[in-house]
Ligand binder design. Structure first.
Ligand code: HEC
Ligand code: HEC
Ligand code: HEC
Ligand code: HEC
Ligand code: HEC
Length: 161
């Protein structure tokens, strides 16, 4: 984890929290989510991204004056998380293009793993049901959650099985 390193690096940058925390809701892929004005660690119905919960806003944002990010995605995420490019021979399209936020919220979510959508819906947000239905191996799996078979990020074969 390079989290510690980052915190040290950005120490001394003015804390944007005061200004930004006046917002009480954020939009998660079209769903409004109410954020407690004072982050409450015991708020059980929400899952928090730990640097957000720790109010380390500057780990990701440049300053109080803008929400601009320290780095573009996915590089920002790879400051703290293992780079999927190094982990897998084949990368899933949105992972390769840095579209992490189509599946994850950077701050908090109602679902585990900061997911903005779950189950088959998470995948059918982009993949057309009729294309999925055409695959022979999907026969009889109409109710199975896609990630029971596919890795959402990548894998060592081109279908990330
Ligand atoms: C792990 C990185 C990360 C941390 C930590 C983080 N943010 Fe963000 N934040 C993001 C990303 C990524 C976006 C989306 C930016 C985009 O869509 O261009 C965002 C967006 C925002 C936005 C705009 C969202 C909207 O709905 O308009 C605000 C305001 C914001 N962050 C405030 C904060 C505050 C306040 C904190 C600290 C309590 C914080 N962020 C901590 C990554 C982070
Ligand atoms: C400043 C460091 C930092 C950055 C930048 C960062 N993360 Fe994290 N993230 C963490 C830490 C710390 C955890 C908690 C890890 C743990 O508990 O093992 C975490 C956990 C997660 C989890 C798992 C949450 C859970 O409840 O299991 C996801 C998903 C995640 N991060 C996605 C992202 C994405 C997407 C980005 C880029 C937008 C990102 N992270 C950027 C530090 C960071
Ligand atoms: C297609 C949806 C999707 C996309 C796009 C996506 N993720 Fe995930 N991610 C998931 C799911 C689903 C999980 C939970 C996996 C599980 O429960 O086994 C997860 C879990 C994680 C975790 C928790 C630890 C782990 O490896 O399981 C991290 C960190 C993470 N994602 C980071 C990222 C980053 C960084 C990106 C962009 C480069 C990204 N994700 C793009 C769906 C996605
Ligand atoms: C943000 C849109 C998006 C989401 C959400 C998404 N995908 Fe994808 N997926 C893509 C793109 C783009 C490609 C690359 C398509 C290509 O190269 O033809 C892809 C490719 C794939 C492939 C490889 C197909 C091939 O022919 O190589 C599989 C398997 C796959 N996705 C499964 C999933 C699963 C499972 C989920 C849910 C966990 C999911 N996708 C969610 C956009 C998405
Ligand atoms: C029972 C396991 C299983 C489940 C559940 C499953 N898949 Fe698959 N999927 C497979 C296998 C196996 C292949 C590889 C087919 C091949 O080798 O041609 C595949 C192939 C694919 C492909 C590539 C198809 C192509 O030829 O372009 C996509 C995209 C895909 N799956 C998406 C999904 C999505 C989205 C879901 C959930 C709605 C899902 N899969 C659920 C096993 C599964």
């Amino acid at each position: 984890m390079r989290y510690q390193v980052l915190s040290v690096l950005f120490d001394g940058v003015p804390n944007p929290e005061k200004k930004l925390m006046t917002r009480d809701s954020l939009t998660l892929a079209g769903n409004k989510v109410t954020v407690p004005t004072r982050l409450n660690r015991t708020k059980s119905e929400l899952f928090f991204h730990s640097p957000y919960q720790d109010k380390s806003c500057n780990d990701c944002h440049q300053s109080a004056m803008s929400n601009a990010l320290q780095e573009k995605l996915p590089d920002l995420c790879y400051e703290c998380h293992d780079d999927f490019k190094e982990e897998y021979s084949y990368l899933h399209g949105p992972v390769a293009s840095g579209a992490c936020l189509t599946c994850h919220h950077p701050h908090l979510a109602k679902n585990e793993s900061l997911l903005v959508r779950t189950g088959r819906e998470m995948c059918l947000y982009c993949h057309q049901p009729r294309d999925v239905a055409r695959v022979e191996d999907h026969e009889g799996e109409e109710q199975t959650i896609c990630i029971d078979c596919h890795n959402p990020h990548g894998g060592d074969d081109n279908f990330f099985l």
